[in-house]
Every structure is written in structure tokens, then in C-alpha cells.
Design a protein around this ligand. Structure first.
Ligand code: UDP
Length: 370
């Protein structure tokens, strides 16, 4: 009997591939009309630009095996994520680096001077562990930079006061006292030349894998499968019987232009009176291509309702309690493994998703071999 893999994103595709290479057949179903989940990329018919339909995805990792795994299946082009931020009428460099600090304060400080300068403004002193996002920001960058670059953006992104959010969200971002403006600190970084959907298609391209799109899961399907790998929403598997886990969703307002609209891939808008968080210009995610026209997305965040696409798990204390209850139900399901961002209700980068999918498939195969 074949395994049933619910969801044709990275989790599902990697597990299907690992099973197939070990001789085990699987059927991968997805309710959408395309593979690759929220990493899906497609060429815009109007401009020819490769668009990241559900928002920008830049592959970055320190995991050499995962990097080999993806780069042996698709050509990755070098890419360095250099984000800009328009705040209070000026354009700055993100993540916060020496250029941002010197420009913002109108200074010409060297690294050590800037470090001492920021430390003198940090409140409370950097030795105190931060209890929430705001405290983390005040310790890391001081009140002026926090107010200009983080407070408004975070309120828009999460719909909550930064005092209600965990410090871990900000810890994803580096803070540098040099002119390195690489958004990520990982050893390997790139974007697949033909897009993520092509990469996922390559993973699924195996005689032992059957992929069915436009196919929502139906509990009746379980009888025909020896095991289910579930990468859909954890609460969705249980029919939301205990209530809904909270997500932020994104609305994209698409527009086109000629030439180069904003000169970079990602422009953040932290000012509170601008309703969107950022504008992404997709041709800049493929600088090896050339297009006369350009396509941009204004990005708006809001609470996800039923039927909306879930993006960011919220994971505040109310969700943590509900999550623990759903996790208990999940543990009691003998033939179902919950995987990926939605299946485990965690913020997961693509590389971690692939690493966990590899580990899940290997543990499953080792269990069968015993
Ligand atoms: N953030 C911010 N201002 C920025 C960029 C990020 O306040 O210009 C905050 C925001 O709360 C965001 C978090 O830092 O959710 C993590 O940023 P990251 O770029 O990792 O966000 P993601 O790519 O996950 O949307």
C-alpha cells in the first residue's frame, strides 16, 4: 500500500522523494491547483517576470547537506538579500548596520564608536534577558531606531503591540556594526534559476510518486494508505474541533510598471501611517534575467479568518495552550505524521523544513526496516 502525503510543498515533496528512492510509492495530494505551497513561483504573463506569488522566498542555510540536496536538483543562482527601508522620508539600509546607524544619527562613527554609542542608548542594559519584542529591541538598538524601524512595522505585521510579542521574532534579524548589509548570516544563499516550483516538480518527478492537484483531503482516503504524512494545518486535520490556531495572513496588491520601479527587491515601510509593510519588486529576485516591464506587490498583513491562506503562526499564550491540546491529539493518531510549517504550527524557514522532512522520512524508513 502507498503512503498518502497531504500537501505538495517542500515537506511533502522531500518525503515523497525519499520514500520513492527507497522503493516506496506515495500519492501526494494538494488542494491548490499548483505544487510548491507558499514557495510557488510562476512567470507573470504580462511582464515575463518570475513572481513569488505568496511573497518573497530567499533560500539561505548553514546546513551543507540541505544545500547539496537542493543544488544537486536545480541550478541555484547566487543571491544576496539586501533590504531597504523607507522611514520618515529617507531611505535606509536593513538590517540595521553601520550605514543605517551613521545615516540615521547624521554621524561618521567607526564600528567600535557606534557600538559604544548604541550601548549608551540601550535600555535596559544589554545584560538583562528581554521579556518581549520591545524590550529586545530597546536592548539591541535603543529607542530611536526601535521607534523608526521596528515599532510601526511590527504593529502592522502582527496586529499587536511589540510588548505582547516574543523577543524571538526580532532575534531572527542581525544587527551589525560594519557595512555588511546582507540580511542573512548563513554560509549558503541563493534562488533557483527556474523558480521554486520547478525545484519541487523535480523532486516529485519519480515513477513511484503520483501527484494529484485540486484534491482536498477527505478522511475516506485514509483507508487506502498505510501511512499519512500531513503537512496541512494541524487544527485542520482535526476539523478545528478545539478551535482555530491563530495565523496572520497576507494580502498582496499587485501593480506593474515599466523599467525599474524601486531599484531593489524589498523596500520596507515601517512608518505607521503607511498601511502596507513592504513593496516587493520581483524582477530583482532574478537579477540574471532582463525584462522591460516590472511587477510589484504591496504587502498587507491581517488576522487570518476561515478560508484565508495561513502564513505566520502567532504562537502567543492562547495559541500555545490550544497547540498543546492539538499536539496531544496528534500524538494519539497512530498512522499520521504531522510535518512542516502548518503541520507543526511553527515559523519554519525553507532549509529547516527540508531538514526536518529528510529526518522524518529517514526515521520512517528506519522504522520499517526494523
Ligand atoms: N521587522 C521590523 N522592521 C523591518 C523588518 C522586520 O520591525 O524592517 C520585524 C517584524 O516584526 C518582523 C520581524 O522583525 O516580523 C522579523 O523580520 P523578518 O524579516 O524575519 O520577517 P519575515 O521575513 O518573516 O516576514
Amino acid at each position: 500500500m502507498a503512503s498518502l502525503i497531504v500537501g505538495a510543498g517542500f515537506s511533502g515533496a522531500v518525503i515523497a522523494r525519499e520514500l520513492a528512492e527507497a522503493g516506496l510509492p506515495s500519492t501526494v495530494i494538494d488542494s491548490r491547483d499548483h505544487i510548491a505551497g507558499n514557495c510557488h513561483t510562476e512567470r507573470c504573463a504580462e511582464t515575463g517576470v518570475m513572481v513569488h506569488r505568496y511573497g518573497p522566498h530567499i533560500f539561505h542555510t548553514d546546513d551543507a547537506e540541505v544545500w547539496d540536496y537542493v543544488t544537486s536538483r536545480a541550478t541555484f543562482m547566487p543571491y544576496r538579500n539586501q533590504v531597504k527601508s523607507t522611514a520618515r522620508g529617507a531611505v535606509y539600509s536593513m538590517p540595521i548596520n553601520l550605514h543605517t546607524i551613521n545615516q540615521f544619527f547624521g554621524r561618521t562613527m567607526r564600528p567600535g564608536e557606534a557600538q559604544a554609542f548604541i550601548a549608551s542608548r540601550a535600555t535596559p542594559p544589554a545584560t538583562t534577558p528581554a521579556a518581549n519584542f520591545e524590550e529586545q529591541a530597546l536592548q539591541m538598538v535603543g529607542p530611536e531606531i526601535y521607534e523608526a524601524f521596528f515599532k510601526g512595522y511590527t504593529e502592522k505585521q502582527w496586529g499587536l503591540s511589540p510588548r505582547a510579542l516574543p523577543a524571538s521574532i526580532l532575534k531572527r534579524l542581525p544587527m551589525r556594526f560594519n557595512y555588511d548589509d546582507n540580511y542573512f548570516s548563513h554560509r549558503f544563499q541563493g534562488i533557483p534559476e527556474q523558480g521554486y516550483t520547478d525545484l519541487v516538480a523535480r523532486l516529485l518527478d519519480h515513477p513511484a510518486i503520483t501527484t494529484q492537484l485540486n484534491t482536498p483531503y477527505d478522511p475516506g482516503m485514509a483507508a487506502g494508505a498505510d501511512h499519512i504524512f500531513w503537512s496541512g494545518a494541524l487544527d485542520g486535520y482535526f476539523g478545528f474541533c478545539l478551535g482555530r490556531l491563530g495565523y496572520r495572513t497576507l494580502d498582496f496588491e499587485r501593480f506593474t510598471d515599466t523599467g525599474d520601479h524601486q531599484g531593489c527587491a524589498v523596500m520596507n515601510y515601517p512608518d505607521p501611517d503607511v498601511p502596507y509593510t513592504r513593496i516587493t519588486e520581483h524582477k530583482h529576485f532574478a537579477p540574471w534575467e532582463s525584462h522591460e516591464r516590472t511587477v510589484c506587490y504591496r504587502e498587507y498583513a491581517r488576522a487570518a479568518g476561515p478560508g484565508d491562506i495561513p502564513y505566520y503562526p502567532i504562537r502567543l499564550s492562547a495559541e500555545q495552550t490550544l497547540l498543546a491540546e492539538y499536539e496531544a491529539l496528534a500524538r494519539a493518531e497512530p498512522n499520521v505524521t504531522f510535518v512542516g510549517r502548518l503541520g507543526t504550527y511553527r515559523y519554519l524557514e525553507m532549509d529547516v523544513t527540508i531538514r526536518e522532512a529528510l529526518n522524518t522520512a529517514r526515521a520512517f524508513l528506519a522504522g520499517r526496516a526494523r
